[in-house]
Every structure is written in structure tokens, then in C-alpha cells.
Design a protein around this ligand. Structure first.
Ligand code: ZN
Length: 133
């Protein structure tokens, strides 16, 4: 894994949270994107070499809706950049981590992504991401 690519924060209302975090960071999000397959709307703030991603559920089937129902708003996942997501998924699987998908998916912000189940990583939901070139 190369670096922390972004932190994901689950929010109830993206529009309100965009205003809140714009005040907090002193800058606006550089991107708003809805990922239909994941049932989320997202926004991204550039923070130096890393990013903050805000995620709002677009319907009740969304993993974000389930997360907020269980735990409330807050930090949802940590995303790490990898150079070869297929190799990293294979490596982590062989190390005993549970992957949430067998193949990488197309995520927000032009990335191939895969999540690791928090049960095999001390309760932390981890996202691997590789930029699509
Ligand atoms: Zn993410």
C-alpha cells in the first residue's frame, strides 16, 4: 500500500455537510459525484496529498444508510492507494483478510476499488484504490 488516498465520512445530508466542511477546511469540494452502483452521492475535498470524501446514501439499500443507522454519522472508511489492485487483493486474501468483492469495482473519483471487511481488520473498513489511467 502506498499512502492514505482518502478518508471517507458518512453523512446524512451531503449538501449541509458540504457547507459545514467548506467552512471547516476553508475551501470547497473539487468534485461531486454520484456512484449509482454503490447507492451513494459523494464529494471530495483535496487536503494536500490526501482527500476527504463525504458520502450520503441515495436510498435505504445503501451501505452508508446501514452504517448511519447502526453507528451514526462519522468516519466510515480509510482508503489506501495501491499500484496494482489485483495483486494487492490476491496478497491480502492469502493473508487471511476478507474482501467484500472478488473483483475490483468502479468507484468514485476515477478509481478501481475493493473493500476489506472490518471484521478482519480490527473494526476498520479499508478501501483499496487504484487510479484508472
Ligand atoms: Zn472511499
Amino acid at each position: 500500500m502506498l499512502k492514505i488516498e482518502h478518508l471517507g465520512i458518512a453523512v446524512k445530508n451531503l449538501e449541509q455537510s458540504n457547507m459545514l466542511f467548506t467552512k471547516l477546511f476553508g475551501k470547497a469540494p473539487y468534485k461531486l459525484e454520484t456512484v449509482a452502483s454503490e447507492h451513494v452521492s459523494t464529494s471530495f475535498f483535496m487536503m494536500g496529498d490526501s482527500k476527504i470524501e463525504l458520502l450520503e446514501a441515495t436510498n435505504t439499500d445503501s451501505p452508508i444508510a446501514k452504517f448511519i443507522e447502526k453507528k451514526g454519522e462519522g468516519i466510515h472508511h480509510i482508503a489506501f492507494e495501491v499500484s496494482d489492485i489485483y495483486a494487492e487483493m490476491k496478497r491480502l486474501k492469502s493473508e487471511g483478510f476478507t474482501l467484500l468483492s472478488e473483483e475490483p469495482k468502479k468507484g468514485a473519483d476515477n478509481k478501481l476499488i475493493c473493500f476489506l471487511h472490518p471484521k478482519t481488520s480490527n473494526g476498520v473498513l479499508i478501501e483499496l484504490c487504484q487510479e484508472i489511467k
